[in-house]
Write a protein that binds this ligand. Sequence first.
Ligand SMILES: [Zn+2]
Length: 121
Amino acid sequence: MGEPEKPDPSKPWCPKCIGHTPFEKRESRHADAPPPSFYCKHCNGTKMYLPDTMALGKIISGYAGVACMLMGIGGALIENDLKAFYWFGGLGLASFFMSWWANRRFSKWRGWAKENDYPGD
Ligand SMILES: [Zn+2]
């Protein structure tokens, strides 16, 4: 085993190995490319994530969830039709779920980073 990697939220992190392990980066071939994916070389290809991206995703999904809820309520009041409310409400819930999920992933890294002397906020 080499030196333990220093916590760095801009580096891919493997939730299985609990660390910034060596990784393989796979770029998407599509033009409207989603961000590249990272796979752990240490444990045979566990999908890794960037803590920075998770922190950002948490905030964006949270706002998106709130925006959907507001649009749903607004739509239901203006159109006097509950369909808008169900639609946007569903989207809002999905966004909140994404936010919760991203937050959990980020927290997992954060906990590990703290144990490894990451100064943090
Ligand atoms: Zn791994």
